[in-house]
Design a protein around this ligand. Sequence first.
Ligand SMILES: NC(=O)c1ccc[n+]([C@@H]2O[C@H](COP(=O)([O-])OP(=O)(O)OC[C@H]3O[C@@H](n4cnc5c(N)ncnc54)[C@H](O)[C@@H]3O)[C@@H](O)[C@H]2O)c1
Length: 327
Amino acid sequence: MKTLVTGGAGFIGSHLADALLARGDEVTVLDNFSTGKHQNLESALAAGADLIEGDILDRELVEKTLQSVRPQTVFHLAAQGEVQRSIEEPAFDATVNVVGTVNLIEASKEIGLDRFVFASTGGAIYGEGSRIDLPASESGETAPLCQYGLSKRAGEMYLELYRRMYMFNSVALRFANVYGPRQCPKGEAGAVAIFGELLMAGRNPTVFGDGTQTRDFVYIDDLIDAILTASRTDVEGPINLGSGQETSILELLTSLREAGLSLNGDGPPAGTTFEPEFDRGRPGEVKRIAIDPARAARELGWTPTTALEEGLPLTLRAIGRQSGATV
Ligand SMILES: NC(=O)c1ccc[n+]([C@@H]2O[C@H](COP(=O)([O-])OP(=O)(O)OC[C@H]3O[C@@H](n4cnc5c(N)ncnc54)[C@H](O)[C@@H]3O)[C@@H](O)[C@H]2O)c1
């Protein structure tokens, strides 16, 4: 099977590329390295992946890539993924996430592809969990509170339109808060990566708001299993990929502290207190969210199996190895 992964140098895309290669696919990665890293792709390139360094906004390049690679499946993960940036630069967010996605869909339609898998969001698409029943279901309303959630919804709606107009075969996967090795702690999205790096450096975390805000965390390996399964089915429309569980930021910090202790000598430096400092909450961020994975269980046979107690130590170990390697 020939597959194209946009955003394949990023956190999730690089794990996906590794998994596709492991199942025997011929993989091409398209990435502009705006947030992705060459280091993330080392294993995929060693296993034979092709890399095209370029932008999904370059329509000619996107068309040429689809025409020459002729993938059966496109996994579209390249995106502007930061909530705060989407609020500060809404036109940029819309350009990358809407126009970029349309470029990919159009070029994919032209080659008569089998399946288009779109990385959508479960965390930012439903809106405020204090006003809706949690865990949020795909059949419920979407009322994003930030431009990023809206631009992802627009991508989903283009796919719905192309299905009606051209019988274009696609699925929109609404990821919860994904965490695991390779996640970049420099952005603002990855709470586990940000807090995990601070913990491993012996520093205190800054929490925006009072820490009672909740998120739905899903471990990268579980998510990749779901993406692979969804790509092999004909399931349509949006599918939540999350745990269905709310975890508050304060609970996450406690779990991280415990995970750090469980690493013994490989954990944070002795004397690390990891006491949170509090700052003002940020606009656009929901107070409560968890997404219902029932449809994924029913139609993909998928439920996440990695609890935070298992996934956090794995993530901290990877952060430790990473910082050890760069010292
Ligand atoms: N990480 C999460 O918790 C999460 C949650 C919901 C949805 N998502 C979605 O999953 C996808 C992957 O997220 P991630 O966490 O791996 O982020 P990431 O930033 O690590 O990966 C995104 C990749 O896309 C590339 N990219 C960005 N703009 C591009 C452009 N114009 N042209 C070509 N490449 C471009 C980046 O260089 C990067 O490699 C994104 O679509 C994101 O919105 C992620």
